[in-house]
Design a protein. Structure first.
Length: 534
């Protein structure tokens, strides 16, 4: 068997593995689901939510759960006879913005890890914080305002780092750790993103943060590709030492550690390639071209596109591309993604997706003017909270019939994506390919609504785990070098892109009108100036 390449994706609810061959063909996918397979950590949807005061939610995940998940996943791969000695390179991705705090002495301790014991049993002294803040957290509004003030305002911060300050971004999160627990910060010798944390486990030493995931920190100058010193100073003392230099996302960081060779049978020749954020990894997995648009339907929903001349704005994000130095991706993220879809599924159907689809199809496109805004969690964009329903005259409604609720949710989620990506300047053109990935992309009724709202045809690659797949492709690309897109185009195993659903041009006016109403309704319920979600 020829060389294999492993992509790992540490997403919110699961750790996923995709193994590919040298032609980018998928050999095997495997998963560890946190809630179901690691119940001792008591997560729900992979996280632990401490609802603070109004508008503040502290959301974390047990760092040790991720360490244990890696062990479980590799054991699963062994049990299905995946020849780990054939894995030539590993890369990966992680939920963006989350942070891991390594205790003083942790890197040295990697040297003494006993391969006869799982890593998580040897992690007692490794972490200065055991509950990692994650992207769903919205408790750092104060730190966001302070950061923006320190650098000259939100516009300046956006022009340098690609985003104005966001509660979930790592810079404000680090500032909150420093302010809330100064002694813990003092005892922290290194701070990783979740992506570089996973790479560190496999290396047995600290891994650099890559440019693409580093773009989600409010700390990286996305054009110069180094930390902005004013941003660092505003978030914590001596922070540069705790982050070290960021690296290109295609960097070969080194070989896999002795621990993983002796415990799992990897060869010492297996390269670890820089890990990146889950959305940049999906971007790589879809191999987006200029003019394409991608919607990822996961725990978070995101919408992103390729940009070459970035124009950062107060809303949304511009991040470094994970595959090309002078390319960027523009993205908007919505916290209310699959979890609210599952909540409405439970409330409005017999609990099955076929019933969800049947009810969605039983209602008129445009829902006879009935609309909903479903900010079940404190939303990122717009900054709003609560569930709000309206009739065709924009008068509040207490409730909708189950089938109307389903359509109102699905149309709301698509209208929000179109409204906010168009605010960043993107327009769907006749040639635009709208790719959809993530768990929700299996549901063609969702895809049909996306196609009709955007008035563009929807394409899929027949895979839902584009982040883990993109990570595996990046592992191979880092060894091959050259153009990433050329590698994709010349590989017979790259999934074929097919049209999943076509849009109905007769519905253009219906959704253009709903889009105008969406814009008016969110102004009624959101507080853009109070940027902590309420
Ligand atoms: O916050 C996000 C992107 O900015 C989310 O998509 C997380 O990456 C999900 F893990």
């Amino acid at each position: 068997m020829s060389d294999l390449f492993l992509g790992l994706d540490l997403s919110t609810q699961q750790l996923k593995a995709t193994i590919i061959g040298e032609q980018l063909e998928v050999v095997k996918e495997e998963f560890v689901h946190f809630d179901n397979e690691l119940p001792e950590f008591h997560t729900r949807g992979g996280v632990i939510i401490d609802a603070e005061g109004k508008g503040e939610q502290r959301v974390t995940a047990p760092t040790l759960m991720w360490v244990k998940a890696l062990d479980l996943l590799l054991q699963k791969l062994q049990r299905i006879d995946i020849p780990l000695e054939k894995i030539r390179a590993i890369s990966g991705s992680g939920q963006q913005h989350g942070s891991v705090y390594w205790h003083k002495g942790a890197e040295a301790a990697f040297e003494t890890m006993n391969p006869f014991k799982p890593l998580h049993e040897q992690f007692d002294a490794m972490l200065s914080i055991t509950q990692s803040p994650v992207w769903m957290d919205s408790s750092t509004g104060k730190q966001c305002r302070k950061l923006e003030k320190a650098v000259g305002g939100p516009e300046v911060l956006a022009s340098v780092t690609g985003s104005s300050a966001y509660e979930r971004f790592t810079g404000p999160q680090i500032a909150a750790v420093y302010e809330r627990h100064p002694e813990t910060y003092e005892n922290t010798e290194r701070i990783s993103l979740i992506s570089s944390f996973m790479a560190s486990l496999l290396l047995g030493r600290y891994a650099a943060i890559d440019w693409a995931d580093g773009s989600g920190m409010n700390l990286l100058d996305i054009r110069r590709k180094h930390w902005d010193l004013n941003c660092l100073a505003a978030c914590g003392p001596d922070l540069k030492r705790r982050l070290q230099q960021p690296c290109p996302s295609w960097t070969v960081l080194g070989k896999i550690s002795r621990y993983f060779c002796e415990r799992y049978g990897f060869t010492g020749n297996c390269d670890i390639v820089a890990f990146t954020g889950d959305n940049p990894a999906s971007f790589a997995g879809m191999n987006l071209c200029a003019g394409d648009l991608c919607v990822s339907l996961g725990t978070s929903d995101t919408i992103f596109a390729v940009v070459n001349n970035p124009k950062p704005a107060l809303e949304g994000h511009v991040m470094c591309s994970p595959v090309k130095e002078d390319e960027f991706m523009t993205m908007v993220c919505f916290k209310n993604g699959s979890l609210i879809r599952e909540k409405v599924l439970a409330q409005c159907t017999d609990g099955t997706w076929p019933d969800f689809e049947q009810k969605l199809n039983a209602t008129e496109c445009g829902n006879n003017g009935k609309m909903g805004l479903y900010f079940d969690q404190i939303e990122i964009v717009p900054r709003a909270h609560g569930i709000h329903r309206f009739d065709s005259e924009n008068k509040p409604l207490k409730k909708l019939r189950p089938e109307e609720e389903i359509r109102a949710l699905v149309e709301f989620q698509s209208l929000a994506k179109r409204h906010h990506i168009e605010k960043l300047g993107f327009r769907v053109r006749p040639h635009t390919r709208i790719f959809v990935t993530g768990g929700g992309s299996k549901n063609t009724t969702l895809l049909q609504v996306i196609a009709n709202v955007f008035q563009g045809d929807v394409y899929t690659q027949g895979m839902t785990n584009s982040a883990a797949y993109g990570a595996a492709c990046r592992a191979l690309h880092a060894l091959k070098g050259g153009s990433y897109s050329d590698m994709i185009r010349s590989s017979i195993g790259f999934p074929k892109t097919t049209i999943a659903v076509r849009h109905d041009p007769k519905l253009k006016n219906v959704y253009d009108n709903l889009l105008v109403r969406y814009s008016k309704l969110i102004a009624l319920v959101s507080n853009p100036d109070k940027k902590n979600g309420l």
